[in-house]
Design a protein around this ligand. Structure first.
Ligand code: AMP
Length: 195
């Protein structure tokens, strides 16, 4: 299986690139942010719980997030692999993911991080707000605190997978197609190395 973590700050293009990669590599795209928004839209208990954390740009508690991720993976066993987008968001989640995959005889194949400058991220998110309708995209203060959460809590996940030689940084600036080309190259190089 190809179990990929698409990593990077909010607004770095993970969702856009994941949508393109799933087609090429026949993977299931799992975005924990999308799963939470779906729950919120349907006014479920989980959605109500997540709402207040998301509105402030904070992380939803690990127990809830990890449980939701496991359910989604378990409900879709017949795929060639997964692209995780927005998960893991801290080292506790990363360790839980590794343990969960190991129980299935699987592991994270690769983490690829999209490197994008802060000011570019903020401008991308604020313009995305016009179409996304996401309250957490529209308010610059919330956007900045999401970036802080990324730096403080999420970026150590890169170092964690780097310890296992599984973390790769890709330039996330440029056009969608340019970035997609870089990601495909990184993935194909990785596949060749493993042969
Ligand atoms: P995203 O769509 O990935 O930007 O996520 C939007 C919001 O959902 C985040 O700001 C968090 O509040 C919540 N969220 C998404 N994924 C996670 C996660 N893995 N752990 C905790 N909270 C998450």
């Amino acid at each position: 299986m190809l179990n990929l973590i698409l990593f990077g700050p909010p607004g770095s293009g993970k969702g856009t690139q994941a949508a393109k990669l799933v087609e090429k590599y026949n993977l299931l795209h799992i975005s924990t942010g999308d799963l939470f928004r779906y729950e919120m839209k349907n006014d479920t208990e989980l959605g109500l719980l997540a709402k207040k954390y998301m509105a402030e740009g904070n992380l939803v508690p690990d127990e809830v997030t990890i449980g939701m991720l496991k359910n989604k993976v378990n409900a879709n066993p017949d795929v060639a692999g997964y692209i995780l987008d927005g998960f893991p968001r801290n080292v506790v989640q990363a360790k839980a993911l590794d343990e969960f995959l190991a129980e299935k005889g699987e592991e994270v194949t690769q983490l690829i991080a999209l490197d994008v400058k802060d000011e570019e991220i903020i401008s991308r998110i604020l313009s995305r707000a016009v179409t996304s309708g996401r309250a957490d995209d529209a308010d610059e203060t919330i956007v900045r605190s999401r970036i802080d959460v990324y730096k403080n809590e999420t970026s150590p996940v890169f170092d964690y997978y780097a310890m296992f030689d599984k973390a790769l940084m890709v330039n996330g600036m440029g056009s969608i197609d340019e970035i997609y080309g870089r990601l495909c190259k990184a993935l194909d190089n990785n596949a060749n190395e493993e042969e």
